[in-house]
Design a protein around this ligand. Structure first.
Ligand code: FAD
Ligand code: NAI
Length: 475
């Protein structure tokens, strides 16, 4: 007799493990199947995010930022550093330790919530009495049955045709996070989120970094004014970003990688580098899920087809996170996981797609929520804009970190906040205030009238809200 569960979650990334925990909190008997293997072949819960995504990239961003500050930033504060050395082995080991702490944290949470954890690949066998039969192929093979199935199988890095990842010379996000020696020359294809974050890490550690981007505009999804300000800062740092390029043949050999490309003027170029990171987006992952076995429908991109509530075409089969439509973000996956568990329990789980924040953890950081100015213009919506530069913020001056600004976009008539865009110090934290405000349908004036601590970076948020009504106090 197969083990029977109320809910089986396939995938233990931020979507899956959070869905499992919420379902267990709601009183269900829950199993979670995850196939990720750590270096020793054991389980490593947390998916892409914990193992080769959000967490290790932020660990390296932090370490490399410390290195850059020690090398170039401290002198301004009257601190002299001599004999600065980089121990890349230690830096990578620390990053691995941070990952392990997160893996272990999820294992602990599963125990605490009495979730049955299976290490192996989960695949559909057939619809069965009492739900669906799922095969677990790990060290051993067994079949379990779940009344509800939540698919949270995530995504994989997209490869360039003719340049398969070997994780030695041509790297995905995985290899990009464990380069054992700082490459003298590094190329990245794609100046999206990974391109900018990983490009920043290795530039700070000493690589000469070139980023080749197909689109003629830099960070097209970001508010233009903010993207322009960020580009200025990256140019100054020496991050070489080539826009409007066409990548041609890529040759990989003992000496590194040779990339043929054409610049925006149509001139043929060749770039020889030690390593190449390909960061041109990610593809939904349904490999090995045997979606066909039960007739689970995918869309033309290979993502699992879901409605606004994460329901698939099959009764009691749900899908969340990177494997479905919408932004590929850990917090979006988590919110969907919570909402689905609550819907299974007959509650009214809800995800507001209009208030999902985005953060790019470069220096300066870039963060936003809601609509951009170019989107509002395209919609023909009447709006007011207010900006405030960190240059005029006391705390930013004290930090010695005055690049960037906060920008508010509000409805011209009602003053409702439609979007908030930031580039500057610690805006990954500042953006939360804007998310809360938008969730509560606040007006720019609401933020402008709230007392913000002085001196704090958050005063730039208040001042930008005041700027919507053309009444900044400190600029
Ligand atoms: P995943 O995290 O991909 O987890 C899916 C899990 O399912 C994996 O463990 C996989 O092994 C397992 N699996 C797949 N198929 C099966 C199967 N058949 N059986 C059993 N197990 C299976 N997002 C942010 O919000 N903030 C960030 O700072 C950020 N940084 C990132 C940095 C990098 C370098 C990358 C690559 C991504 C980053 N992301 C970030 C995106 C984020 O990692 C994803 O959006 C998030 O991990 C998606 O969660 P998920 O649960 O849908 O899938
Ligand atoms: P991305 O979608 O952010 O950027 C891909 C870039 O590659 C785009 O600018 C695109 O125009 C460009 N591109 C595509 N094909 C190309 C080609 N042939 N030649 C040159 N350029 C090409 O994807 P990325 O950076 O791979 O990241 C994947 C996803 O992971 C992100 O979209 C995001 O959802 C998630 N992520 C989130 C992070 C965060 O929240 N801080 C950090 C890193 C990743």
């Amino acid at each position: 007799m197969s083990k029977q569960f109320d809910v089986i979650v396939i995938g233990g990334g931020p979507g899956g493990y959070i869905a499992a925990i919420r379902a267990a909190q709601l009183g269900f008997n829950v199993a979670c199947i995850d196939e990720w293997k750590n270096a020793k072949g054991g389980p490593a819960l947390g998916g892409t995010c914990t193992n080769v995504g959000c967490i290790p990239s932020k660990a390296l961003l932090q370490s490399s930022e410390h290195f850059e500050h020690a090398g170039h930033g401290f002198a301004d504060h009257g601190i002299k550093v001599s004999g600065l050395e980089l121990d890349i082995g230690k830096m990578l080991a620390r990053k691995d330790q941070v990952v392990k702490q997160n893996n272990d944290g999820i294992t602990y949470l599963f125990k605490k919530n009495k979730i049955t954890s299976f290490h192996g690949r989960g695949s559909f066998v057939k619809a069965a009495e009492g739900g669906y039969e799922i095969k677990v192929a790990g060290a051993a093979e067994e079949t379990i049955v779940g009344k509800h199935i939540i698919v949270a199988t995530g995504s994989n890095a997209r490869a360039l045709p003719g340049a398969a990842f070997d994780e030695e010379n041509i790297l995905s996000n995985d290899g990009a996070l464990r380069i054992g020696a700082v490459p003298k020359k590094l190329a990245l294809i794609g100046s999206g989120v990974i391109g900018l974050e990983m490009g920043s890490v290795w530039r700070r550690l000493g690589s000469e970094v070139t980023v080749l981007e197909a689109l003629p505009t830099f960070l097209g999804a970001v508010d233009e004014q903010i993207a322009k300000e960020a580009k200025k800062a990256f140019d100054k740092q020496g991050l070489k970003i080539e826009l409007g390029v066409k990548v041609g043949e890529i040759k990989s050999g003992k000496k590194g990688v040779s990339i043929a490309w054409t610049n925006a003027k149509g001139e043929a170029q060749v770039l020889d580098v030690d390593k190449l990171i390909v960061s041109i987006g990610r593809v939904p992952n349904t490999i090995g899920l045997a979606a066909d076995a039960v007739g689970l429908a995918l869309d033309e991109r290979g993502a699992i087809n879901v409605d606004g509530d994460c329901k698939t075409n099959l009764p009691n089969v749900w899908a969340i996170g990177d494997v479905v439509r919408g932004p590929m973000l850990a917090h979006k996956a988590e919110e969907e996981g919570v909402a689905v568990a609550e819907r299974i329990a007959g509650q009214h789980g809800h995800v507001n797609f209009n208030t999902i924040p985005w953060v790019i953890y470069t220096h300066p950081e870039i963060a936003w929520v809601g609509q951009t100015e170019q989107q509002l213009k395209a919609e023909g919506r009447a709006y007011k804009a207010g900006t405030f530069p960190f240059l005029a913020n006391g705390r930013a001056r004290a930090l010695g970190d005055t690049t960037g600004m906060v920008k508010f976009l509000a409805d011209a008539t009602t003053d409702e906040i439609l979007g908030v865009h930031m580039v500057g110090p610690q805006v990954s934290e500042l953006i939360s205030e804007a998310v809360v405000a938008m969730e509560f349908k606040a007006s720019a004036e609401d933020i402008a009238r709230i007392c913000h601590a002085h001196p704090s970076l958050s005063e730039a948020t208040k001042e930008a809200a005041l700027a919507v009504d053309k009444r900044t106090l400190n600029f």
